[in-house]
Write a protein that binds this ligand. Structure first.
Ligand SMILES: *Cc1c(COP(=O)(O)O)cnc(C)c1O
Length: 497
């Protein structure tokens, strides 16, 4: 028998297969309404090699065992509904439950993607109106809602850049990327067939217009820039940088994953950005992480409009909505159907529930919260760019490591023992042992104080008992794992080897 002991309220959990007992049923299937098809009749359609010879090896368990198994496993994880989750660059804000209510309305959740437009007017109107609202927030003329996530939005945006330059006679060869860029940026450029050219940021942590000016030539298709950047700083030279790039025929791509800091305060279109992806699952709330789902709409200024993916939703003069495929200069489709519609419903609900004034408050409080943390943590931690930040702040383990040998990794693991999800670690790469903290607007001052106290306790422990921290976490079901080995040789069984 597999062991079902507990440690406090954390249950040990065998694999679901180990709970399997022959013949045990969790659910009874209703009788089929059509006659069973025997093997011989299936024969002509299904090749022999593809036919099952034995039933699938599925666990046979009772419904209660299935529910308990997965609920217990979920309790091994920290999540936004249980703790503060200050993962920088990821905007892990609380996701209002009203979004889930809206996404589950049967008219949305049960709508088949092949439903004719005439019978899907509500869904099309939602997409049309969502696009209008996002364009108003960002200062763009149109947007595609199709990409499945931020990174696919980047790829879509770079394909739009390529299509535009190709249309003008020369696709060009290179894309400039600041050294603080998110890892997906160079990857998206490569996929779109461009060479990436890194641009060093200046001593102030910002893109240096002089460096852009030097790198900018007739082979450069675009610059790809995140604002606020990954140091949590507003790129205050952005307008000047855009001018330099535009003057030599280049385009400006904005990575909009950090839009949480700009909502209602600045419109990327006004800053000189021509094309940008949004991460609906970050800024506009939707549970994410663990692989999805996401949604990465791409907004453009009017010069790039003709190349947008199809289909796009248009409103006819009689007020009805239709899907338009016939656009001669389109880059085509980024994926099947229309994108992750459920995420769009959540984002739309979030927009309507907040309204313009409150959206601005989202950004203001996100910025206030990050600066509050920065002001308190700079007393215990080295801050490489010690000045007001936007929605996230970046610390370095430089001093702590020199004085105590305790590293960013130890601090992150120590936070797990104190009931906090760690911040993003060792990114951006330009900062030694970076801790990138994004509290978001949804944390209360009390929670922020508790987080600071946890960090302070860890720093105190680093000075008194550094060795203990090298072994953290000790209160989680699994202790300090060898992460490389765990990724290459996963052992999924409790206590297994
Ligand atoms: C999260 C993020 C991305 C990628 O978005 P995904 O939805 O995870 O593909 C790109 N750039 C930045 C700055 C991000 O924070």
């Amino acid at each position: 028998m597999a062991e079902v002991g507990t440690s406090g309220l954390v249950f040990r959990e065998p694999l679901i297969f180990e709970r399997s007992r022959p013949g045990r049923e969790g659910i009874r299937m209703p009788a089929a309404e059509v006659p069973a098809v025997d093997d011989d009749r299936a024969g002509p359609d299904i090749p022999v090699a593809s036919r099952r010879t034995a039933p699938p090896r599925l666990p046979e368990v009772a419904e209660a065992d299935v529910v308990r198994h997965f609920v217990r496993l979920s309790q091994w994880n920290l999540c936004v509904d249980s703790v503060m989750y200050p993962l920088g660059s990821c905007t892990m804000k609380y996701n209002p439950k009203v979004n889930e209510w809206a996404a589950r309305l049967p008219g949305f959740s049960r709508l088949h993607p092949h439903t004719p437009a005439a019978l899907a007017q509500g869904a099309l109107e939602l997409m049309w109106d969502l696009e209008r609202r996002l364009c108003a927030i960002c200062g763009f003329s149109r947007m595609t809602l199709q990409p499945s996530a931020g990174a696919q939005g980047e790829l879509c945006g770079m394909l739009l850049v390529r299509a535009c330059h190709t249309d003008r006679g020369n696709p060009r060869k290179k894309v400039l990327i600041p050294d603080t860029a998110h890892g997906t940026n160079p990857a998206s450029c490569s996929l779109a067939g461009y060479l990436t050219v890194p641009v060093a940021s200046g001593p102030d942590g910002l893109v240096d217009p002089a460096a852009v000016d030097k790198a900018m030539d007739a082979d450069v298709a675009a610059i790809m820039i995140t604002n606020p950047n990954t140091l949590g700083l507003f790129e205050s030279h952005i307008a000047q940088v855009a001018e330099i790039v535009h003057a030599r025929g280049g385009l400006v791509y904005g990575d909009g994953a950090n839009l949480n800091a700009l909502l209602g305060l600045a419109r990327p279109g006004d800053l000189g950005i021509d094309v940008m992806q949004l991460n609906l699952h970050k800024t506009f709330s939707t549970p994410h992480g663990g692989g999805g789902p996401g949604s990465g709409p791409v907004g453009v200024v009017n010069t790039l409009e003709p190349y947008l993916p199809v289909p796009i939703v248009e409103r006819a003069s009689d007020g009805t909505f239709r899907l338009v495929e016939d656009r001669p200069k389109t880059i085509g489709r980024m994926r099947s159907f229309f994108g992750n519609f459920g995420v769009m419903v959540r984002a739309y609900t979030y927009l309507l529930a907040h309204g313009p004034a409150e959206l601005r408050r989202v950004a203001e409080i996100a910025i206030l919260n990050a600066n509050y943390l920065l002001a308190r943590l700079r007393k215990t931690f080295h801050v490489p760019q010690d000045r007001p930040c936007m929605h996230e702040c970046v610390l370095s383990d430089r001093d702590l490591k020199n004085e105590t040998g305790v590293t960013t990794m130890d601090v992150a693991k120590g936070l797990l023992d104190r009931g906090f999800h760690p911040p993003t670690v060792y990114f951006p790469l330009v900062v030694h042992g970076a801790l990138m903290i994004e509290p978001t607007e949804t944390e209360s001052p009390e929670t922020l104080d508790e987080f600071v106290e946890a960090i302070e306790a860890i720093v105190a422990q680093a000075h008194s008992k550094p060795d203990d921290l090298h072994h953290a976490p000790v209160r989680t079901p699994i202790g300090r794992a060898d992460e490389t080995r765990a990724a290459r040789h996963p052992v999924l069984r409790w206590g297994g080897r």
